[in-house]
Design a binder for this molecule. Structure first.
Ligand SMILES: Cc1cc2nc3c(=O)[nH]c(=O)nc-3n(C[C@H](O)[C@H](O)[C@H](O)COP(=O)(O)OP(=O)(O)OC[C@H]3O[C@@H](n4cnc5c(N)ncnc54)[C@H](O)[C@@H]3O)c2cc1C
Ligand code: SF4
Length: 326
């Protein structure tokens, strides 16, 4: 047992001022503290901020999601199910019912990788846990590891699902920090591992996520999240695709595509989107888009199968989205 200080914040200003590691649902943080992977000296419980930051509101401008809203609540929200099915599905296909009841949206996007070498401290080489120590996964067991956005220092997969729907829908994230509030594109929140895989986001010390803004998108009703995994439920993605399609009699005006389970951060597949624009959507144009999405894939033995799985996942997601009756 490592001792740590515990404080409970009443509002955002108090949470930010307390300066520590935020505790929301605890479904990532407590696991990693028990595993001795995360060792905060000060834990700041932000659950009382749910009074201010748990509302879900839908209107002509789009959707606002409070960071303290629970995954289950957002997954079942009638406006989200109807207007942004990709969001509802990315949440309902994640984790288990108990976890979704406990876990928050803000905590979800900041969950850590499931790389075994990261989560098991008996392995000494993990640049994400111990910067400069090396990466045991490069030549180790890497079946579930990423093929896009990797670096020679880390190939860990970003494990979340919700982040893919946010990035596909051009969502923004709202923050409160010691120097005030700010807002940024969700796409800019996470960083690729690069030289220092221990840095996963651009959050500044003490900065709190307060909410997410999803702009209105008329064609978001034609959206879905397809998740391929080792078992039907309660499992992380081996490959996933969040897609939204704007179709004109079967021809793609615009496509929004994000990939999960295959990349080191929530991954927007802009090359695939460009490949589809103006094309009649069928198996062959979907496959060409998928080839474009994985053109830069790098594999490491155990995950050699992933580019092909990822391509097939995207093709199936696109064809299923086309077939939706909206
Ligand atoms: C067995 C299991 C299976 C799972 N399966 C899936 C899955 O299939 N798909 C999926 O997407 N997820 C899955 N998860 C992950 C789960 O969804 C996350 O653990 C959860 O969403 C985290 O939310 P939380 O509120 O519990 O976060 P916490 O554990 O409280 O916090 C997580 C991290 O975020 C920080 N944090 C939390 N809230 C904020 C905030 N508002 N601002 C700034 N920092 C904050 C914390 O300091 C901490 O570092 C699974 C988890 C488990 C344990
Ligand atoms: S892939 Fe990343 S998280 Fe996994 S061992 Fe290598 S450095 Fe650590």
């Amino acid at each position: 047992m490592r001792p740590f200080a515990y404080a409970r914040a009443n509002d955002a200003a108090e949470a930010v001022k307390a300066g520590g590691t935020f505790l929301a649902g605890g479904t990532t943080l407590l696991d990693l503290m028990k595993l001795d992977v995360m060792r905060p000296e000060r834990v700041v419980d932000i659950n009382d901020l749910s009074r201010e930051f748990s509302a879900i509101a839908y209107g002509p401008q789009g959707l606002r999601l409070g960071a303290l809203a629970h995954m289950a609540e957002a997954a079942q929200h009638p406006d989200i199910v109807r207007e942004f099915p990709v969001i509802a599905q990315s949440l309902s296909l994640a984790a288990s019912a108990q976890l979704r009841n406990m876990a928050t949206l803000g905590g979800n996007v900041l969950q850590r990788t499931r790389c075994t070498y990261f989560r098991d401290t008996s392995w000494s080489r993990c640049n994400k846990r111990e910067p400069g120590s090396g990466c045991a996964a490069l030549e180790g067991v890497n079946r579930k590891h990423a093929v896009l956005g990797t670096s020679p220092n880390c190939i860990a997969t970003y494990a979340g699902d919700f982040g893919q729907s946010l990035i596909a829908l051009d969502a923004a994230v709202e923050l409160a920090g010691p120097s005030g509030a700010r807002r940024m594109a969700f796409a800019d929140l996470h960083v690729a591992p690069g030289d220092d895989p221990s840095v996963e986001t651009v959050l500044r010390p003490g900065e709190l996520i307060t909410g997410f803004i999803v702009p209105a998108l008329p064609f978001a009703r034609r959206s879905l999240y397809l998740k391929i995994r080792d078992r039907q439920s309660y499992e992380f993605a081996l490959a996933s695709a969040a897609v939204a399609l704007d179709l004109d009699a079967g021809t793609v005006r615009q496509a929004r595509i994000a990939l999960g389970g295959v990349a080191t951060r929530p991954w927007r597949a802009r090359e695939a989107e460009a490949a589809l624009r103006g094309k009649a959507l069928d198996e062959s144009s979907a496959r060409a888009a998928a080839e474009a999405a994985f053109a830069g894939a790098v594999t490491h033995g155990g995950n050699d199968y992933k580019p092909e799985l990822g391509k097939r996942t995207l093709v199936r997601a696109l064809l299923q989205a086309k077939a939706l009756e909206v």
